[in-house]
Design a protein around this ligand. Structure first.
Ligand code: FAD
Length: 318
């Protein structure tokens, strides 16, 4: 069976959930071979083996931390040359998309970004994407070179499956280009204790209907009752009620959780572009004619200040 490379997103050896989802998809189209680079790369092996990686290629060098993405691209390129995979899968983070794009150029391959599903096809993997502000669902495949595909978080379940996961050192020699952009400082964002927006299984978002920064406490309380991340519409962000890092939509983040709850959000096309691939969508809006109700699975017509606290209370009592 053909091997499929999976680029591992990890923090000091702790593998992030989108990588485990990629392993599930990789097993649909071949045998997953994981590529982990940077500090703690070797520590990822047991988790990756526990999710189906038949081999784990690891490399560590100061360059991975000291310079921006090119060293990682060169490591992945070295893995492509060593393995001759049938596809390369990369998580659809901002960094992942840059790595994938640079890799595709270097190896002369076609690239598909932000896939939400992947299946085996007669002429190579077929990726599902959501296109034109989520107005269309497209299926496409790469017709040139080794397919490079980035996949959005929450696009596949995490499936524990034990595989050999043999650790092998990946030989990487960096070119001059690898050291072109040096990292000068890193400032970790203050943690809210909530999951990362793009990776969260549940997102609770508030819009202009929330009517003030202080009122976002109502949205946060519901989010915390569900272990969810908090999102916001651009109207709420532009009003200064919530940070831009939490904006969902065309000019914000793209999310694809199992459950998306929109409160006081009208459902403008630019907002839908960032959340329409959510598996189950719930809206709370006092206007029964709000466009958001065209795409919801469940809708509540009502004042969010009456509905949301009741929902939070009900969830907290369970
Ligand atoms: P509104 O459209 O004003 O809707 C507020 C809703 O709240 C209404 O439906 C109202 O009935 C309801 N409401 C009010 N009070 C209550 C209450 N007490 N209880 C329940 N419901 C209540 N928008 C994004 O979100 N993300 C983007 O990334 C984005 N990018 C954009 C890019 C471009 C180039 C442009 C032009 C626009 C972009 N927008 C984006 C803006 C977008 O067009 C909308 O203006 C925005 O999404 C509206 O936000 P909203 O739904 O919160 O506000």
């Amino acid at each position: 069976m053909a091997e499929v490379l999976v680029f591992v997103d990890h923090v000091d050896g702790a593998v992030r959930k989108p990588t485990l989802e990629l392993l599930t998809l990789a097993r649909r189209i071949g045998e997953p071979v994981a590529v982990a680079v940077g500090a703690g790369a070797a520590d990822t092996a047991s988790v990756l083996a526990g999710h189906g990686a038949v081999r784990v290629l690891t490399a560590d060098a100061p360059e991975f931390a000291e310079y921006l993405v090119v060293p990682k691209v060169e490591a992945l390129q070295a893995a492509v040359e060593a393995v001759s995979p049938s596809a390369v899968l990369v998580p659809s983070s901002a960094e992942g998309k840059e790595i994938a794009a640079r890799l595709a150029v270097r190896i002369g391959s076609g690239l598909i970004t932000d896939a939400v599903d992947l299946e085996a096809g007669e002429q190579g993997p077929v990726a599902t994407q959501s296109a034109f502000a989520a107005s269309f669902t497209t299926k496409s495949r790469v017709s040139k070179g080794v397919p490079v595909v980035t996949v959005k978080p929450n696009s596949a379940p995490v499936e524990p499956v034990q595989a050999a996961g043999a650790v092998e050192a990946l030989a990487v020699s960096f070119s001059e280009k690898a050291t072109g952009t040096r990292v000068t400082s890193r400032t970790p964002r203050e943690s809210t204790g909530r999951p990362e927006l793009t990776e969260a299984a549940i997102v609770v978002s508030g819009g202009r209907g929330v009517n003030g920064a202080e009122n976002f406490a109502v949205i946060e309380a519901l989010a915390d009752s569900l272990g969810a991340a908090v999102g916001a519409s651009r109207a709420a962000v532009d009003a200064g009620w919530y940070p831009h890092t939490n904006q969902v939509g065309q000019t914000g983040k793209s999310v694809s959780p199992q459950l998306y709850i929109a409160s006081g959000i009208s459902g403008a096309i630019q907002h839908r572009a960032g959340m329409q691939t959510s598996k189950t969508i719930v809206a709370i809006n006092k206007d029964a004619e709000a466009p958001i109700f065209d795409l919801v699975d469940y809708g509540v017509v009502g004042d969010l200040f009456a509905v949301v606290p009741q929902l939070t209370e009900e969830i907290n009592t369970r």
